[in-house]
Write a new protein. Structure first.
Length: 179
């Protein structure tokens, strides 16, 4: 099991005073199959500007890859080493679409150099927390290490962990117009 991040969420009580409404590891952990990436959802917004009203868990839903239309999602993903993940990815892409947006976003074009290539209509801020991972584009790749930030702007991309340890990456995805 991955190291699940502690999620501390603030809100307001009936008198309008600030309070903590949650303080525990996020309960929203998704893994499609053994060896696949583990997605740990933290929060989402469904509109811009976002609403800070209420104290309900904004992410209490099933997994989906893209952010909500006009909204955003914050997640941490644990990428296992490619030697574990590549077999799982191939099986996931061969499976029927589960409605999460993952299969629909996948690049199924012949000759993709990594089975994880996909594209979403979003601006993604990615921050490497631990480990290292390669960000792959159609043309080129770059190695990212802890503290590095990548701004992914609706491009076809994949993630490749060529080490023997998991890599943890924090993501904020913001809905964007298609390219």
């Amino acid at each position: 099991m991955p190291r699940v991040p502690r999620r501390v969420v603030t809100g307001h009580n009936a008198e309008g005073r600030s309070i903590f409404v949650a303080d525990a590891p996020t309960p929203h952990v998704f893994q499609r199959s053994t060896g696949s990436a583990i997605v740990m959802e933290m929060w989402e917004t469904t509109a811009t500007p976002a609403s800070n009203r209420g104290n309900d868990d904004a992410i209490a839903r099933g997994f989906r890859l893209p952010p909500p239309r006009n909204g955003s999602v914050f997640r941490v993903i644990a990428y296992p080493p490619d030697k574990e993940r590549l077999t799982s990815l191939a099986a996931e892409l061969a499976a029927p679409d589960d409605g999460s947006g993952r299969v629909a976003a996948a690049d199924k074009s012949a000759g993709a150099r990594h089975p994880g290539f996909h594209k979403t209509n979003s601006v993604d801020y990615a921050i490497v927390l631990s480990g290292e991972i390669y960000a792959l584009m159609d043309e080129g790749e770059v190695l990212l290490k802890p503290g590095d930030v990548l701004i992914q702007r609706g491009t076809n991309h994949a993630w490749s962990n060529r080490t023997d340890e998991p890599c943890y990456v924090a993501f904020v995805l913001i809905d964007a117009d298609p390219v």
